[in-house]
Design a binder for this molecule. Structure first.
Ligand SMILES: CC(C)(COP(=O)(O)OP(=O)(O)OC[C@H]1O[C@@H](n2cnc3c(N)ncnc32)[C@H](O)[C@@H]1OP(=O)(O)O)[C@@H](O)C(=O)NCCC(=O)NCCS
Length: 329
């Protein structure tokens, strides 16, 4: 059933909640400083969903902005994929909640959970449905409320994450435009380095898990950092190889916004100057599977991505997982 139909992005949208939490606010909450956070991560502030606002609400706003950008109505959408490490519930799928919220009555809907790599995996999955001809319009959303999963007394993680959502609508394109290649991967041996230990089937929530804080994000920051530097290098190299391009061909690199030092290391490795990489970690922190689509939307609105540019997306995260995509815009 697989064919070679080209697949492109017909529109994009994002949403970040209005509440800003600055590093100076964090100084009042834990033993940290604006200087430490900026120097070690590049983050100055992040957005937090307000009381009662959740992942599906952010996803809905991003989805509606995306459909508006693509000039497509919700009832034309065939499939919704929501990538999230912080879904509203274990079930029902957040994608089903979004389907109802935006009025995409006829759309199939499912979630993907592969940590911060989620949006790239979801793009690759959604693109297969369009490439095969099974669906014509696939809405891919990355949405997170990680602020709900963070221990706000743990300075090693609470300064890193933020809330937000981004979305892309995938449709059939013309030859020579759209997705050229994807490269996806995982190394499950590193699963314990970044995890939410309790709340699933292995360790159901109990008084004990709550007392021990096992329902919060646990991360071995240094080990994840080392993995990230190595894997961004591999993921970008592989996706360029698959489409016969070189780092010099990259018009704009859109990396997952987890740590400015990881991004700078990739730029140094590939000889990518500041004007060819999108960085907005200073404003939003790590929004996990929302970070790549939010960065891409801002790159587009700032005029940094032009028609015909080779755009490379790259992300990594819990799993451990990684993925990259090459697109002719
Ligand atoms: C988390 C991270 C920023 C920590 O930076 P680091 O340079 O590795 O710092 P370390 O963990 O070695 O900690 C250095 C010191 O700073 C302290 N520290 C940690 N967090 C701190 C904070 N928010 N404020 C002040 N000090 C802090 C540590 O306790 C440690 O103190 P010690 O030397 O007295 O033990 C970094 O490891 C990182 O970004 N890792 C990757 C995370 C990531 O990308 N995760 C998401 C994947 S999708």
């Amino acid at each position: 059933m697989y064919s070679t139909r080209p697949v492109k992005i017909a529109g994009m949208g994002y949403y970040v909640p209005p509440n800003v939490l600055t590093n100076f606010d964090l100084e009042k909450m834990v033993d940290t400083s604006d200087a430490w956070i900026q120097e070690r991560t590049g983050i100055r502030e992040r957005r937090l969903a307000g009381r009662g606002v959740t992942t599906s609400d952010l996803a809905k706003e991003a989805a509606l902005a995306c459909l508006k950008d693509a000039d497509v109505s919700a009832d034309q959408v065939d499939l919704i994929i929501v990538a999230s490490a912080s879904p509203d519930h274990l079930f029902p799928a957040t994608a089903c909640i979004v389907q109802h919220a935006i009025g995409a009555r006829g759309a199939a809907a499912f979630d993907m959970e592969i940590g911060c790599t989620g949006f790239i995996y979801a793009l690759a999955t959604g693109a297969q449905f369009v490439a095969s001809g099974m669906y014509k319009k696939v809405l891919v959303v990355g949405a997170e409320c990680l602020s709900r999963l963070v221990d706000w007394s743990d300075r090693t993680t609470c300064c890193l994450f933020g809330d937000g959502a981004g979305a892309a609508l995938l449709v059939e394109g013309e030859a020579g435009e759209g997705f050229l290649a994807f490269h996806l991967g995982a190394d499950g041996s590193g699963g314990d380095l970044l995890s939410l230990p309790a709340g699933g089937a292995k360790m159901p929530a109990s008084r004990e898990t709550v007392d021990k804080g096992l329902h919060y994000i646990h991360m071995e920051g240094k080990a994840v950092f080392k993995f990230a530097v190595k894997i961004v290098d591999l993921a970008v190299t592989k996706v360029l190889e698959k489409c016969g391009r070189t780092p010099q061909d990259i018009g704009v690199l859109i990396p997952h916004q987890a740590n400015l030092r990881i991004i700078e290391s990739a730029c140094a490795r590939f000889g990518i100057s500041k004007d060819r990489v999108m960085v907005n970690i200073d404003k939003y922190g790590n929004t996990s599977s929302a970070s790549v689509p939010i960065a891409m939307c801002e790159a587009i609105s700032e005029g940094r991505i032009k028609k015909g540019d080779l755009v490379v997306l790259v992300a990594f995260g819990a799993g451990l997982s990684y993925g990259s995509a090459a697109i002719i815009w």
